[in-house]
Design a protein around this ligand. Structure first.
Ligand SMILES: Cc1ncc(COP(=O)(O)O)c(C=O)c1O
Length: 328
């Protein structure tokens, strides 16, 4: 069953551009580096979740939902974009926001939190260690009791349906490769809730392109397990041949002290992209992913004749809340 069989909403009208990272390539001394500008997808502020939401919200509407519920961290890009998609469709949006440490949530915080509020989402702030799936299920139950059918979008939009968005992205990358006459050796992406990584593996592994996931959160073993399960789920959904577990590669050397906690390599990567290419990354996801991308290039992972593509999954609105992590 082809990807075209699955209905989706349209929040992004064009294939996102692929641009050469000419000055970064020069600074690092090759291979030839490229960036897929998935920070320029549609909806408020763009980023990878827009592609997933095109499929997820379509499913919600088909089920007759009049509200969306999702969850995330205090600066969640996924929550921002879910709120924007809900507005586009005229749905209510409820966000379950989990603190990492008690009292972390600040109503006046900038970045994505400002945008949740501007977009008019209803926030439910819950303490650390809250079971998010259970909290969302309870909320959906309560809303149903008062007559609202809410569709629960999983953490990060990462299930088989959301991952279809990144199978679609993989198809764009393959088409670009043909059109531009560029044979890619590898594609590098962030790996967190896993749907981006899984969709890219499902779409690119059969084309002979390696996908390198950079974890921003977990150790490589549990992260690999999450992505392998999602690859299986999305290939099954597509009735496509299964993909060997070995196709899922996760590096966990760039997480640092933990999720959303800065590292010197992340700060260097954010500044290099800004100052060499005029491209804004974010400290939590793409900054750490770019730190891995740059380090793997410096270590000679690819030869000078290779072409390697970095998937920019967005997130720059969070920069405004994490200035101290990225400025010297
Ligand atoms: C900007 C950005 N990049 C990458 C990711 C990771 O994508 P995934 O959750 O599909 O692994 C996220 C997840 O929230 C994100 O917000």
């Amino acid at each position: 069953m082809g990807l075209g069989h699955f209905r989706h909403r349209t929040y992004t009208h064009l294939t996102t551009p692929v641009e050469p990272l000419t000055r970064l390539t020069q600074a690092l001394g090759g291979p030839t580096l490229w960036v897929k500008r998935d920070d320029r997808t549609g909806l408020a502020g763009g980023g990878n979740k827009t592609r997933k939401l095109e499929y997820l919200v379509s499913e919600a509407l088909e089920g007759g939902a009049t509200a969306l519920i999702t969850c995330g961290a205090v600066q969640s890009n996924h929550c921002r974009l879910t709120a924007a998609a809900a507005n586009r469709e005229g749905l209510a949006c409820h966000l379950v926001i989990r603190e990492k440490i008690p009292g972390q949530y600040r109503e006046e915080a900038s970045g994505n939190n400002l945008l949740f509020r501007l977009l008019g989402a209803t926030l439910h702030v819950v303490p650390p260690n809250t079971d998010l799936d259970a909290a969302m299920a309870k909320l959906a139950y309560e809303m149903a009791a008062s007559g609202t059918l809410a569709h629960v979008v999983p953490m990060g939009g990462s299930n088989a349906t959301g991952s279809l968005g990144y199978v679609r992205c993989a198809k764009e990358i393959t088409q670009w490769s043909i059109d531009a006459g560029v044979s890619l050796s590898a594609v590098v992406c962030a790996s967190s809730s896993g749907g981006t990584h899984a969709g890219l593996v499902a779409g690119l592994h059969p084309e002979g392109v390696d996908v390198v996931g950079i974890s921003v959160d977990w150790d490589s073993e549990p992260q690999t397990e999450v992505v392998v399960a999602l690859v299986e789920a999305v290939t099954q959904k597509l009735l496509a041949p299964s993909i060997a577990d070995e196709a899922v590669v996760v590096h966990d050397d760039y997480v640092g002290p933990g999720y959303a906690q800065g590292t010197p390599q992340m700060a260097e990567a954010v500044r290099m992209f800004a100052q060499l290419e005029g491209i804004l990354l974010d400290p939590v996801y793409t900054g750490k992913t770019a730190a891995g991308f740059i380090d793997l290039v410096r270590r000679g992972t690819w030869s000078k004749d290779d072409h390697v593509l970095f998937v920019h999954t967005g997130g720059s609105p969070a920069l405004f809340e994490y200035a101290e992590q990225v400025l010297p």
